[in-house]
Ligand binder design. Structure first.
Ligand code: NAD
Length: 364
């Protein structure tokens, strides 16, 4: 029996990416017992729910999932499935390694950072007060009575809440990742100078966890704007970076930009009981069915899965093959070519085949 893993095949370019990635992971020699599950727009039309219970049950049973991207239609009735999955399974940590492989188009070839983003709290918690409603009026009054601030009448409000519990566990996750993967430094990002009771708490709790629980790993903090400035000038000075939800979201895309684009960026959503691995990018619907997009975001997420289940040898062999294919620059998709309309670009499936072939050679 192989490893039981739920494979959520996604929509848009998700199914073609899934097919390509499944064949590469199967070719690593590690035995997987895939449970393929569909979710997303088409499923919503057929089953009335974009994230049916069968999908969650499958992940709960197996503990592990690989997930292709899923579209969140703008203005539709349903909220992001991606956010729902993270909430339902309490996947509180989002890990996004950003490593520049030799051969990608980047001004920062030394980049090798890992973004650790808190997944549940902050401005993303969905506590919102709509402009013009009775609730917002009550909130205005409450703020005026308790805090003494008169807010304008024409406001919409989103609440930013950061907890001790949420901060402790995300900072711990950052340090545990550093320990497990031989990383040397953890940087915590914040805007504590302005938001003293949310980001300030994040910083204070982070400092305590660092000092009390991980005294052997270097720890520092950076104000978020300063961090962004430094990441686009000398990213090689950073290692593991722990951030609250919103900054983590933004810095993840910045990180993808540092390493050659969204097509290159993998990710993992981790909780105490479950782990779901997925690319940073979305379903890229304009390329659906064209066998065109880069499979590496999802494949490198599979590489993270291999490490997670401690199939280290297979993970390393896969990474070496991927690195070699990128370095050669021949069997790569359009986004990894010097120009985007380079006629020598190969398709999703062909790039996967080239990686499989290369793995055979790396293994020999
Ligand atoms: P997107 O990431 O799908 O695509 C933006 C652009 O990035 C594409 O047009 C393409 O140029 C490039 N790109 C993305 N993936 C690529 C790949 N594998 N190879 C090469 N180039 C690639 O972002 P979007 O268009 O804003 O979002 C489309 C849909 O995906 C939306 O409904 C959004 O909500 C959803 N989404 C899902 C996830 C997820 O499933 N985790 C994440 C982000 C967005």
């Amino acid at each position: 029996m192989g490893y039981g893993v739920t494979f959520i095949t996604g929509d848009g370019t998700g199914p073609e990416l899934s097919e390509a990635v499944q064949k590469v992971l199967d070719a690593t020699g590690v035995e997987f017992d895939w449970d393929f599950q569909t979710a997303g727009v088409d499923v919503y039309e057929e089953e009335g729910n974009p994230l049916p219970d069968r999908v969650l049950d499958s992940v709960r049973e197996r503990g592990l999932a690989l997930k292709a991207p899923i579209t969140t239609p703008v203005g539709s009735g349903f909220r992001s499935i991606n956010v729902a999955l993270r909430k339902e399974l309490d996947l509180y940590a989002c890990l996004r390694p950003c490593k520049a492989y030799e051969g990608v188009r980047t001004r920062f070839p030394e980049t090798d950072i890992v973004i650790v983003r808190e997944n549940h709290e902050d401005l993303y918690a969905g506590i919102e007060f709509e402009y013009g409603t009775e609730e917002t009026e009550k909130l205005r009054k409450f703020v005026a009575d308790t805090e003494g601030t008169q807010m304008r009448e024409d406001i919409g409000v989103t609440i930013k809440a950061i907890s001790v519990h949420g901060t402790e566990r995300i900072v711990r996750e950052g340090f545990k990742y550093a320990q497990a993967y031989g990383r040397h430094k953890v940087t915590l990002a914040h805007k504590a100078n302005i938001m003293k009771f949310s980001d300030g708490l994040f910083l204070e709790v982070g400092r305590r966890v660092a000092e009390e629980e991980f005294p052997n790993i270097e720890f520092e903090d950076r104000i978020i704007d300063n961090l962004c400035n430094q990441l686009v000038s000398r990213p090689e000075e950073y290692d593991v970076i722990v951030l609250p939800n919103l900054y983590g979201d933004i810095v993840s895309d910045l990180g993808a930009g540092l390493i050659g684009g969204l097509g290159m960026a993998p990710g993992a959503n981790i909780g105490d009981d479950y782990a779901v691995f997925e690319a940073v990018h979305g379903s890229a619907p304009k390329y659906k069915g064209q066998n065109k997009v880069n499979p590496l975001g999802l494949l490198l997420s599979g590489f993270m899965l291999l490490h997670h289940i401690e199939e280290t040898e297979a993970a390393n062999r896969l990474e070496s093959a991927i690195a070699e294919i990128i370095r050669e620059g021949e069997s790569v998709t359009y986004d990894l070519k010097p120009s985007r309309d380079d006629p020598s670009a190969v398709g999703t499936s062909e790039m996967a085949d080239a990686i499989i072939q290369k793995m055979g050679k790396v293994a020999a």
